[in-house]
Design a protein around this ligand. Structure first.
Ligand code: MN
Ligand code: MN
Length: 367
């Protein structure tokens, strides 16, 4: 449980005349309560009043796990035969009184749950949103969080090694995905942070393509984009390697992306803005004539979720500060021809940054 962050939220609530907050995103709940869980369609909720003790609401079968995870306030469970909202409303009114202003996590609340709250508390003001407060709270990582992020990054490096080793002529994208995930699971990694991407040749020209039965041929590039969830924290990294000798075009595209990635990463330090970082990488790609093929932002924050605040994108004048973590992932995608992306996530230090993954970025030619 992160009591300091719960108190920080309570301070914000007091300053904004909010008497109760309903935290609903599983990753926000994990961040504040220490309890990681995917509730599927069941209700998992953390209710935090401004001046009393919070309570966690979970399916009955999860109550003991939530306590074991270190949440020391009350954990209220509900059975599948019960109406969770009846219990929630009872708990709120008996513990605190009817809320005047109840803040929601608006980017993570479905409409039918919101409607149940409106029915239960018809006079309550639900206009306040805690989404940004929670995102900003998670923006600056502690040294302890950095250590966990480095461990998660190390597993991504292990995954690359497994994947590179498994490359051979006519192997399919899915076979490589299966090999990576099988080996990691055997070594104790419970979960990937997103579906592992292994894309060959022209298939890599789709930045979020789907690995399938496509088989690897000589002189193709293979793109690996992957990460794990380790102790509640995510990794996310991309490497593109060449299977046998690369063509001239592949080398040109690769070297451009590499130069853009390295230049942006070298520029990371407190005081620079998110949009300046994006521009450094984009200018290099533009100067090489590939501007139209770099079709996404430079990067995104990472932590308890794989995509979080801040967005490293044109138009975001957010000033980078020590402790922020985000990806630097330029790419060039020429449809039906070639796709290259190189991605490291970094932790901002007082005068630069530490990459969370260490796999070398110079073009790796695999024979
Ligand atoms: Mn990413
Ligand atoms: Mn990625």
């Amino acid at each position: 449980m992160n009591i300091k962050k719960i108190q920080e939220l309570q301070q914000w609530m007091k300053a904004n005349q909010i008497d109760l907050s309903y935290v609903s995103h599983p990753s926000s709940i994990a961040y504040l309560s220490g309890f990681e869980s995917d509730p599927h369609e069941r209700v998992l909720a953390l209710f935090i009043p401004s001046d009393k003790e919070p309570f966690l609401f979970t399916p009955a079968m999860e109550v003991e796990s939530a306590k074991a995870a270190g949440f020391t306030f009350d954990v209220i469970g509900y059975q599948d035969t019960q109406d969770p909202w009846q219990i929630i409303v009872q708990e709120i009114t008996s513990r605190y009184s009817v809320p005047q202003r109840l803040a929601l996590e608006k980017n993570a609340l479905v409409v039918d749950r919101f409607e149940r709250l409106i029915q239960a508390f018809p006079g309550t003001d639900f206009s306040a949103d805690i989404t940004n407060v929670l995102q900003k709270m998670q923006l600056i990582k502690t040294k302890e969080e950095l250590n966990t992020l480095l461990e998660a990054g190390n597993w991504a490096d292990v995954a690359f090694e497994i994947g590179f080793k498994a490359l051979k002529e006519n192997v399919s994208e899915q076979e490589i995905v299966a090999e990576i995930e099988y080996q990691l699971k055997r070594r104790g990694v419970a979960k990937m942070s997103f579906d592992t991407l292994v894309l060959f040749g022209a298939n890599a020209a789709n930045p979020h393509g789907t690995p399938g039965a496509l088989q690897l041929q000589n002189n193709q590039l293979a793109l690996f984009d992957l990460g794990v969830i380790w102790k509640g924290y995510c990794s996310d990294a991309t490497r593109t390697v060449s299977f046998k000798e690369p063509t001239k075009q592949q080398i040109t595209v690769y070297e451009t992306v590499l130069q853009a990635q390295k230049a942006a990463q070298a520029a990371v330090k407190p005081g620079i803005s998110a949009q300046e970082l994006d521009k450094i990488a984009r200018d290099i790609i533009t100067d090489a004539g590939f501007e139209q093929y770099f079709t996404h932002r430079l990067g995104h924050g990472i932590g308890t979720t794989v995509h979080e605040y801040p967005s490293i994108v044109a138009g975001n004048d957010l000033i980078i500060e020590e402790g922020m973590c985000f990806s630097i992932e330029p790419g060039i995608y020429i449809p039906n021809e070639v796709g290259v992306r190189i991605e490291d996530c970094v932790y901002v230090t007082n005068d630069g940054c530490i990459p969370l993954t260490q796999t070398p970025k110079e073009l790796n030619v695999i024979d």
